[in-house]
Design a protein around this ligand. Structure first.
Ligand code: IMP
Ligand code: MG
Length: 177
């Protein structure tokens, strides 16, 4: 399917403002003793990097990589871990940092999986939310932007591993011939 040039949906200034706001909210929501932010690779790496610089409380970070089979646009139900966390989260306040919530299957799986490590709490921070696509209910504690059902790239998000370095959140659509 030929795709159009990426078009800006949310520009870098709006992203920056919203990330600062999220940083304030998150800093106020924890006592600052126990926080471990877990970034879902690869898409959330840029968001995590900006977000933790807006936190005024100490925290540790870790990374987890989840994969659903195939590189097509449609999320698969077959989620698996390809790189697990390395920091202990037992008794800790876990904040999952995700780029975008679509069907919710990835986060539902991860929440369940992380809860087996017996953390004190698990909250979710997602930069983007596409509520119209939800298949399973998953509680989102901090959300940057709600967007319509569009395929977005940039600011860490990819299509077939491309576009991650775009500084704005852009959308792709089928090119008109
Ligand atoms: P879910 O399990 O359907 O909620 O899928 C979430 C994952 O699908 C995200 O972490 C992204 O990796 C990917 N994804 C969903 N929608 C988009 C999109 O519009 N652009 C890029 N990746 C997306
Ligand atoms: Mg992702």
């Amino acid at each position: 399917m030929p795709l159009s040039q990426p078009k800006v949906l949310i520009d870098r200034n709006r992203i920056s403002q919203t990330v600062q706001d999220l940083g304030k909210k998150i800093s106020g929501a924890y006592d600052g003793e126990n926080l471990v932010a877990i970034c879902i690779l690869k898409g959330a790496f840029m968001f995590l990097a900006d977000l933790i610089r807006c936190l005024t409380i100490p925290m540790k970070i870790d990374f987890i990589r989840l994969a659903s089979y195939g590189s097509e646009q449609i999320s698969s139900q077959n989620v698996r871990i390809t790189k697990d966390i390395e920091v202990s989260i037992e008794g800790k306040d876990v904040l999952i940092v995700e780029d975008i919530v679509d069907t919710g299957l990835t986060l539902a799986f991860l929440r369940e999986r992380l809860s087996t490590h017996r953390p004190k709490s698990i909250k979710i921070c997602a930069l983007l939310n596409k509520p119209s696509r939800r298949e399973v209910d998953v509680p989102l504690d901090f959300v940057g932007f709600e967007i319509e059902d569009r395929f977005v790239v940039g600011y860490g998000l990819d299509f077939d591993e491309g576009y991650r370095g775009l500084p704005d959140i852009c959308y792709l659509e089928e090119a008109t011939p």
